[in-house]
Each structure stands twice: as structure tokens, then as C-alpha cells.
Write a protein that binds this ligand. Sequence first.
Ligand code: GLN
Length: 285
Amino acid sequence: MRIDQALSEAVTRLAHHASGETATPHLDAQLLMAHVLGRSRTWLYTWGDREIEGVELEQFNNLVERREQGEPVAWLLGYREFFGLRLAVSPHTLIPRPDTETLVEQALQRMAVTGSGRVLDLGTGSGAIALALASERPDWHVTGLDIVPEAITLARRNAEMLDITNVCFEESDFFSSLNPSARFELIVSNPPYIDELDEHLGQGDVRFEPRSALVAEQSGLGDLLHLIDTARTFLTPEGWLLLEHGFQQGEPVRAALVDAGYQCVGTCRDLGGRERISLGQWFEA
Ligand code: GLN
């Protein structure tokens, strides 16, 4: 069968699947095909009239079938690109999202371009934020913590594969493993922030991702409030706290930052123009 024929059959299957899981059937099919053939997506446009056969065709159809069942493309490929880094993914952590790149950009903007920086990433998961910051600023030292042991294994594997050495990952329930005297110029987190009743949890990739990385108590605000309260004690004077949150949580998160005594409190929008990252700067009380 020709590559372009196999692709168009796959697109039809993905687009017409009863549960209508994917909004991007063309992109999904191309990514899976490129993966199976070990080629780029652009290669497919030029060489679509070539034949795909045997094992490769079988592999491709297999992946398309799994995608039809809703399995995230990142899992099928085994990786996701984040801030220009290719990160291995696993069922134990969130799949890195483009919206979270906004947090990385903001963190880089807030901090001086040169000089050392101690950075803490709480609930690091695959290590996406920690690794992006560490690779952008080789002078910094980044610590990533996560309560899930498999997340730490994955994050360390990602650091190793990317040869990023100014980062360390440790198992910890938020701040609990830190020495009380530890101080950071920057604390970042993409914690769980979804309300357990949110219908978003029943859609797309989120259905496959670990609940512990997504859902928080107090209508999704529980972990954010805990972080805002506790991070103060671990920030250096003028240190920044940057948090990702739900697009309707900007207001309560800003209010909590102000209540806790942070200054320069503000919110940044994600790629879709929604309030997604809030930040505050800590001056010694
Ligand atoms: N932004 C993610 C989503 O809506 C959730 C990430 C999180 O809970 N930290 O799918």
C-alpha cells in the first residue's frame, strides 16, 4: 500500500471514530507514520507515493488502533517535545503541555540573565520545567521534587538522555524532604489544580493521566494554597514564586498571594490567551 493511502485511511478511521477523541486526525496520523518509518513529517509529503508494507504497515495500523481508543499520541511515540527538549513520557506523570512553556518563559524573564540561581520545581513529574530551566541557564542549579517515585526515575532518565547535569531530582511530598534552611531564588510549580467534578477530566489525554497529578481538593485550589503559604519560608529575599493554575483560578490565586504577603503579584496568559500563570515576589517580612 502507498504511504499516502495508508495515511488517508488512518485519518478516516480517526476522524470518524465514535467517541470523536481526536481533534487533529491528520496530525496524529502523520506523527505516527513518521515515527514508524523513522522519518520527519515533511518527508511524508515528498515521498507519499512510496510503498509501506509488512511489519511497518502492521505497526502503523496498531498505533492508529490504539489512538482510536483514545491513547495519547505522546504515549504512542514515547516522547513529547517541551521547550525544544525531547522528553520521555510515562503513564505515571502528566504529559508536558505547551501552556506550561509560558511558565518557563516567565521564569527566565523574571531572573537576571547571568549569575547563579537556586531553583526549585515542585511536583516535577517528567522533569519538564526543571529540565527546560536548567538547559536554558547552565549556571543555575535546579532541584525537582515529586512524591511519585516513578516520576523521579523518569525525570532522572530525561536529564541523563539530554545530558543536563545542573539538575537533581528527589522524591518528596512537596517541601517535606528539604532542609528547613534551604533557600531558593525561584520556586516554580505546575501542581494538580483541577476540581474533581470538572468534566474536562473525562476528555482527551487527561483520561489517561494520573489523577494525583491533576486533581486537588478545595475546588482544585488546595495544593496551590499550600504552595503559596509554604514557599515563603524557602524563598530568598526578592525570590519569585511562579505557579501554573486553571484559567479561572487567577483571581483566587492572586488574592492568596497578596494575603500571604507576596508583592509584585500578577498573572500571565497562556498561548490561548487565558490566565494561566500567577507570580509573586517575596520580600522578607
Ligand atoms: N493544564 C492541564 C489540563 O488542563 C492540567 C494540569 C494540572 O492539573 N496541573 O489538562
